[in-house]
Design a protein around this ligand. Structure first.
Ligand code: HEM
Ligand code: HEM
Length: 186
């Protein structure tokens, strides 16, 4: 419920987390798909996967900070509150995106760590191997990573289409909540 003087958009920190992590995830998705087509052990697959892992592990490090901040700051009020069902649908989509943002890098980590592969972070440091080297575990991690990536693709597609519908068809305030300069008309 809106209170007097309350801003109708996510604060600077939440917007920073959203757009930075969105960019990282979209780049990681692109690199992951491209690298998966390359022959294992060849260049540039190896270098691309090092970059892919570094970006993915960055997402994993940022996520808890974002979640703690989200729990403290909450979500902004709506000028014109949506119907209960629309709000519930948005909440469900956002909760799934948060869950997928955790499960995708964790499954990638298990795949690589249990496979005995490297866990580099931009050539600066190497992540610790917290699981045993185990072929079956690594294969399970790969299968999970593959299907969770599909899940991200689908939920993200719905997320972006929903935002586009709000921005261009309904022309309401939703895009302005995450991008305030694109303020709602009315
Ligand atoms: C690139 C295109 C994207 C656009 C245009 C976009 C736009 C938006 C907008 C307008 C909101 C606010 C919705 C509302 O208040 O009801 C939002 C929220 C959200 N978006 Fe995106 N987004 C994009 C990409 C992503 C990506 C790649 C992810 C992560 C996988 C993501 C995850 C989220 C989450 C979790 C929220 C809920 C924020 C919260 O309540 O804490 N978005 N997005
Ligand atoms: C935001 C995080 C991440 C996203 C969006 C993402 C997405 C993807 C996608 C779409 C693929 C292609 C899947 C296929 O077609 O086989 C892939 C492959 C891969 N990912 Fe990730 N990933 C992320 C994080 C990670 C992390 C943290 C690691 C390991 C530390 C990792 C390791 C790998 C590896 C090794 C492959 C190559 C699979 C193969 O062809 O053998 N990923 N990733």
């Amino acid at each position: 419920m809106a209170r007097a003087g309350e801003p109708y958009h996510y604060d600077r920190t939440q917007r920073g987390f959203h757009w930075l992590m969105a960019a990282l995830i979209l780049v990681a998705l692109g690199i992951g798909i491209y690298a998966a087509w390359q022959v294992p052990g060849t260049s540039p697959r190896r270098e691309l996967l090092d970059l892919h892992k570094s970006i993915g592990l960055t997402v994993l490090l940022l996520l808890p900070l974002r979640l703690v901040y989200r729990l403290i700051a909450g979500e902004p009020a709506y000028r014109a509150p949506p119907s209960r069902s629309a709000h519930l649908a948005a909440k469900a989509a956002h909760a799934s995106l948060y869950a997928l943002m955790l499960l995708l890098p964790v499954s990638g980590y298990v795949y690589s760590a249990a496979g005995g592969y490297g866990l580099p972070w931009f050539g600066v440091l190497s992540f610790p191997r917290l699981v045993p080297v185990d072929k079956a575990l690594s294969l399970a991690g790969y299968a999970a990573h593959y299907w969770i990536a599909w899940g991200v693709g689908i939920v993200l597609g719905i997320h972006v289409l929903a935002v586009a519908w709000h921005a261009w068809i309904r022309r309401d305030e939703v895009m302005g909540r995450m991008w305030p300069r694109r303020a709602a008309r009315g």
